[in-house]
Design a protein around this ligand. Structure first.
Ligand SMILES: [Zn+2]
Length: 416
């Protein structure tokens, strides 16, 4: 068995790993690099089967539904077999209707926690992990008597922390190569550790309680853990949570009845103009008609502002500006801080200033801190450690034994 990291040895995102055994191949992730603005124009990695169908490419694993792991999948031939979690696939399909970043896959094998999948010479065993994307997996790949473990993106301070603790307590044995993400390594916060999702709840509650008027929370509609956090905080602060139709469909796509949904107490549904346009264009009224009872219409926003929290994205500014006499008390930014520096979000800053809306932050990382990365490294003591999905692979030198800092596009034979 040999492997090649086509992209991701020295950057966060754009991950793509090819593994070969007996002339057959599989690929782990086909991510859109964070700095690529035109994915249509990006040259695909030199993997047979990417440009046109090739029977030696047996499957492409999508570890989790984040664009930097699946964002180039739409460029592959329709015949390509994908391995992805069932909920992850549903989430990408639900997103596909409303955003250009969604994905519809034709040929799919569903991954499930610790259920091995045989694919030619490969045995692929997925391990469900804790991450800010729902239905995220690490995978063990076995062939030719060799074993490679790919961590995917993970953490242990979210709502599935136990799974990662179990992985550390009972890891696959005799792993030869460990491809481990290092997103946060090199950042001082990573050494201190990140707050847990549950620790965010009282922080949100306090901010909600201190606000007159509507609270806006900017968070991803696909960060399910965060939406659960917000719902819990809303219940405690006695505010209703207003979610847009897109987010409601993402929540439903998880297939998990324990996750907040339309119909739950104090969840209201809002249809932003952009989503309304999309529904009208496609005549897809079945997406909104069943939600009628839970809808909140613009007129009610002003009168119910004091007892509402709204999940916000900068694209909703126009919807809010169209509502008369709406008092917006605060914006809480609950996404990665880097987005704030993005040129694209300059109009948001101008808008906040113009409407005198104070901005606060309340967030925790989707990725492992330095301590947890050390725990994972030690769980695979015999493995060659190969950094991936990090900007500073040299920071892995804190685990100097059996360390290989590779380069994009280089092949490595697993033969020791
Ligand atoms: Zn991710």
């Amino acid at each position: 068995m040999r492997f090649c990291i086509h992209r991701g040895t020295h950057e966060i995102g754009g991950t793509c790993v090819e593994i070969e055994s007996q002339g057959k191949r599989i690929v782990l992730d086909i991510g859109l690099p964070l700095d690529v603005t035109d994915p249509d124009a990006m040259a695909l990695h030199p993997v047979p089967g990417f440009d046109k169908p090739d029977p030696s490419l047996l499957g492409v694993v999508i570890s989790h539904p984040h664009q930097d792991h699946y964002g180039l999948a739409y460029r592959l031939p329709q015949e390509t077999t994908f391995l992805i979690g069932e909920a992850a696939q549903s989430i990408l399909e639900a997103a596909d209707f409303f955003t250009p970043a969604g994905l519809k896959l034709q040929h799919v094998i569903h991954m499930a926690h610790r259920i091995p999948i045989e694919l030619g010479p490969f045995t692929i065993t997925p391990y469900l992990v804790d991450h800010s994307a729902y239905d995220a997996y690490a995978v063990l790949v076995e062939a030719d008597g060799k074993r490679l473990f790919y961590s995917g993106d993970f953490r242990a301070h979210g709502r599935k922390a136990k799974l990662v603790e179990q992985l550390i307590a009972d890891p696959p044995k005799d792993v030869d190569v460990l491809l481990m993400e290092g997103t946060t390594l090199g950042r001082p916060e990573s050494e201190q550790g990140f707050p847990s999702e549950d620790e965010l709840v009282p922080k949100f509650v306090e901010m909600f309680e201190q606000t007159d008027g509507l609270v806006l929370v900017w968070a991803s509609g696909q960060n399910i853990d965060r939406l659960v956090t917000l719902y819990k905080a809303c219940r405690r602060a006695k505010r209703q949570l207003i979610l847009d139709v897109y987010t409601i469909h993402i929540l439903r796509a998880t297939g998990n009845e324990h996750i907040p949904q339309a119909g739950w107490q104090d969840i209201r549904v809002f249809l932003p103009k952009s989503q309304k346009r999309r529904i009208l264009q496609d005549q897809s009224f079945e997406l909104v008609n069943p939600l009628k009872t839970y809808r909140i219409y613009p007129e009610a926003f002003a009168t119910e502002a004091d007892r509402s929290v709204m999940l916000f994205r900068p694209s909703m500014i126009r919807d809010l500006d169209a509502i008369e006499h709406l008092k917006i008390g605060r914006l809480i930014v609950s996404v990665w801080g880097g987005y704030l520096k993005n040129e694209k979000n300059k109009p948001l800053m101008g808008w906040l200033e113009q409407r005198s809306i104070p901005m606060d932050r309340c967030h925790t990382s989707g990725h492992a801190d330095a301590n947890l990365l050390g725990d994972i490294r030690r769980a695979f003591p015999q493995a060659l450690l190969v950094p991936i999905h990090g900007e500073a692979p040299e920071t892995f030198a804190r685990w100097p034994d059996r360390l290989l800092v590779g380069n994009d596009g280089e092949w490595y034979e697993i033969n020791y």
